[in-house]
Design a protein around this ligand. Structure first.
Ligand SMILES: [Ca+2]
Length: 241
């Protein structure tokens, strides 16, 4: 449950891994042969790729979430869903409902953001390690983790950001102040200026992202922060588009 009492349930959570690379210095020694689309509503860890035969040593890991024209679709991703993503140029597409106290709102939001996640580091055998360490005859299973709750953070950079939904629910309004239709569109989000959101709904700090002025851009910016490494591990985020 979120800080403001809402709960969210996803029916689709489609993510395009447009690149996954294992690097020796700056040169890739292994890479995904083809982009992969994953539906995170499908339970369990999904196998993306294995890169056998790497020599022992430390390697960097980076990946990207960006729109692609062709991809391998993992179980739970319909060809029709991917066609929709391709037509709209989306790298991410989330569909779901949010509820609180008998009120339910639905949403279907697509993002054309192209984000590279580099210099990934995370916990391995109790230590924070950069990338991956290949031992002689050993295997390292690297988890690229997607944090689905980040879309609902109330701050772009504060590590103490909370998940909330009221500000998004309130974006659903009808013409001339009439009640909304229960569907929160990205156009409705874009119509809400951050400066107009009352403080009791959250802080909505933007850090250095000075171009982010409305809720549509705010949520799109948060879409760049869903990619993590080995659970809670972090990568540096590079905005490609
Ligand atoms: Ca609406």
């Amino acid at each position: 449950m979120f800080a403001d009492g809402w709960t969210v349930k996803y029916s689709k959570f489609l993510v395009t891994f447009s690149e996954v690379k294992v690097l020796d210095g700056t040169s890739a020694v292994a890479a995904l042969p083809r982009p992969i689309v994953v539906n995170h509503v499908t339970p369990g860890v999904k196998a993306l790729a294995s890169f056998p035969g790497l020599e022992t040593g430390r390697y960097g890991v980076e990946y990207a979430i960006g729109p692609v024209a062709d991809a391998l679709l993992l179980p739970g991703v319909d060809a029709a869903d991917f066609a929709t993503m391709k037509t709209n140029g989306w790298s991410l597409w989330i569909v779901g409902t949010a509820s609180k106290g008998g009120v339910t709102k639905s949403f279907s939001w697509g993002f054309s953001t192209n984000t590279k996640l580099v210099d990934c580091e995370g916990e391995l055998n109790g230590k924070t390690e950069l990338g991956t360490v290949v031992t002689s005859g050993g295997t390292d299973a690297i988890e690229l983790t997607i944090h689905g709750d980040h879309f609902f953070y109330d701050d772009l950079q504060d590590p103490a950001a909370k998940t909330r939904f009221q500000h998004l629910a309130d974006a659903d309004i009808g013409a001339n102040g009439a009640a909304g239709d229960g569907v929160i569109t990205q156009e409705e989000l874009a119509a809400v200026k951050l400066v107009d959101i009352p403080a009791e709904k959250g802080k909505f700090g933007i850090g250095g992202a000075s171009s982010v002025k409305d809720l549509g851009a705010f949520v799109a910016f948060l879409s760049r922060t869903v990619g993590h490494f080995r659970g809670e591990g972090e990568c540096h985020v590079q905005i490609q588009k």
